[in-house]
Ligand binder design. Structure first.
Ligand code: ATP
Ligand code: MG
Length: 565
């Protein structure tokens, strides 16, 4: 094989199964060689990491094969939809780095859908059913037993037409009647047993106002919208597999034999993203928000994209994770730890290294002159030398982590222990000389002596000491509040649990540390989104942070603390 051929072959192998279908369709000249996808969220909530998987597929495949992807707001149910969600959806897609060619709304097609429904009624393929939803459900039958026809199934078309008009003109209570497609009450596919295609909703629509009262159901709106727009590949998640025959049925009816060149959308399905220790259902996420169980849709514990953003995830980290899990035809539960691993890998490459002490205790360098200070050079990111350095002020009184000191320590504790040496990061080697304790045994101050010849970077200063500790200078640091986050739920798969999801919330999912100290460089670096508090983890400024009250969110720890548990 030539180099070119090998390259082509490896690239082919790395295509996922949907990309392979798209490639084959384009090669076969289907749909006139066009590729058009869409991302069709319902604006009834904020986008979550599961949506990111769909977005990466819909936009990604179009980008990869030179097609286009449109954003279609699937706004067919005014009960739960809102412009707040529309704005958030757009922001999140752009944050992920994708661009839609056109913005469409399913509500743009209400007239066309209405006209199509009227045609079906006239052709004897749809009828108005005045039964309750319970009665209709009771007549559905089971997959092995045919359903019972509605008593309204064979009513004259004129009657259905008049009632359909009435459904739309107002005055009828919701649920009093529905329009059903007349297909096959004995079909082995339950979706063919005269599916409801229109229902009454007496609520103002955020775009069409009070023009409509009869609203199309998902199965009647989605495929047709795809067809009106010229979508070629309608990619969705696996739960829509049983809907596909109905999707094709309505498009066949809509086309009426037109377009004999077979220019039509086709539905393809991939596996949903499910994550451990969280929920993806918008209904449940909305309940967490409205019941104030979290601090809004962008609470850093939420699996929403705005939550991940506020938590300090980069869009690249989210996309890396989506890449890692891939696309298959089998549903799975993905490990939250994998999302965190993607974040660590990504943030390692981009985060600014700073020092922060979260649980402080004072360290006094007794042989360092009072009033003296030195500017120590600190590397911004060892992974990216081009990011340069900044300085951190050293002085006689420092804060270090309480956990970094033990009066009597086991052998492998290479931190601050009386009589032992340790390096203070970017500064000197110090030898611990003791501590002062309160009556209850709490350590109040720790003492040490520094070796003036051991300053980092000095010739001959590289003598071996096992531990390196971070610190900040008491008189040259800023106070900060630091928020540590843990899993939102205590069980791996809350969606599969019999208990109410509220009972499964982790009471320790948020720890607020009010008494932290960070190096003063963070006042200058306020524009930085991605930080590493050295030896601790990755952090970001919370949206509530101000120069007078710094607030940081922990994105993820440096190591997977869950692996041990
Ligand atoms: P819900 O059923 O909780 O209201 P939804 O999944 O129906 O939410 P939509 O706004 O209809 O939300 O979803 C838009 C697109 O995102 C759909 O194509 C859907 O298949 C996809 N999607 C939603 N959740 C996931 C997920 N967990 N994994 C992958 N794709 C998803
Ligand atoms: Mg949906």
């Amino acid at each position: 094989m030539t180099d070119n051929k090998i390259e082509e072959a490896t690239e082919k192998k790395s295509l996922n199964f949907i990309e392979q279908i798209v490639e084959a369709d384009l090669e076969a000249g289907k749909n006139g060689g066009r590729l058009q996808t869409r991302f069709p969220p319902e604006p009834n909530g904020y986008l979550h990491i599961g949506h990111a998987k769909a977005i990466c597929m819909d936009f990604g495949v179009a980008e990869k094969f030179g097609g286009i992807c449109n954003l279609r707001l699937d706004d067919t149910n005014p009960q739960k939809e809102d412009t707040e969600y529309v704005d958030a959806i757009k922001e999140d897609i752009e944050w992920l780095g994708f661009h839609w060619a056109h913005l469409y709304h399913a509500s743009d097609y209400f007239q066309q859908l209405w006209d199509f429904a009227v045609r079906l009624i006239k052709e004897g393929k749809a009828y108005v059913d005045e039964q309750t939803s319970e009665q209709i459900a009771a007549q559905k039958g089971t997959p092995t037993q045919p359903g019972t026809p509605s008593p309204f199934r064979d009513r004259p078309a004129e009657e259905s037409l008049a009632l359909f008009e009435k459904m739309n003109s107002g005055g009828l209570p919701e649920g009093s009647m529905v329009l059903r497609a007349k297909i096959d009450m004995a079909s082995p596919n339950m979706h063919f047993r005269d599916p409801v295609i229109y229902r009454i909703i007496n609520k103002e629509h955020h775009r069409t106002g009070n023009k409509w009262k009869a609203y199309p159901m998902y199965d009647f709106a989605h495929g047709q919208s795809d067809y009106f727009e010229g979508v070629t590949h309608s990619i969705c998640t696996l739960e829509f597999v049983p809907h596909r025959p109905l999707y094709d049925y309505f498009i066949d009816e809509l086309k009426e034999g037109r377009d004999l060149d077979d220019n039509r959308p086709r539905q393809y399905e991939f596996n949903r993203l499910n994550l451990t220790y969280t929920v993806m259902s918008k209904r449940k996420l909305l309940a967490l928000v409205t019941e104030h169980l979290v601090d809004g849709w962008d609470d850093p514990r939420m699996p929403t994209l705005c939550g991940l953003r506020r938590r300090g995830y980069s869009p690249e980290a989210v996309r890396k994770f989506i890449d890692m899990i891939g696309y298959t035809k089998f549903d799975a539960l993905n490990d939250y730890a994998m999302l965190e691993a993607a974040a660590r890998e990504d943030l390692n490459a981009r985060a600014l290294r700073v020092s922060a002490v979260l649980n402080p205790v004072k360290l006094i360098v007794t042989n360092y002159p009072e009033g003296k200070t030195e500017e120590m050079e600190a590397v911004n990111n060892p992974e990216r030398p081009e990011d340069g350095t900044h300085t951190i002020t050293f002085s006689r009184e420092l804060w270090i982590e309480r956990d970094d000191f033990m009066e009597e320590a086991p052998k492998k504790f290479f931190r601050m222990v009386p009589g032992k040496e340790v390096r203070l990061k970017n500064a000197y080697i110090v030898k611990c000389t003791g501590c002062k304790k309160a009556a209850d045994g709490t350590v109040e101050e720790i003492y040490c002596e520094y070796d003036p010849e051991s300053r980092s970077g000095m010739a001959g200063a590289d003598r071996k000491v096992k531990g390196t500790l971070h610190w900040v200078s008491v008189s040259h640091c800023l106070d900060a509040e630091v928020r540590l986050y843990d899993r939102l739920f205590t069980v791996e798969n809350p969606a599969a649990d019999e208990r109410d999801f509220r009972e499964l919330l982790n009471p320790d999912s948020l720890t607020v540390l009010k008494n932290c100290h960070v190096e003063s460089y963070l006042a200058e670096a306020a524009g930085q989104k991605y930080l590493q508090f050295q030896r601790i983890g990755y952090f970001t400024f919370d949206k509530s942070s101000t120069p007078d009250h710094l607030v940081f969110n922990r994105t993820v720890g440096l190591k997977d603390s869950w692996a041990k548990k």
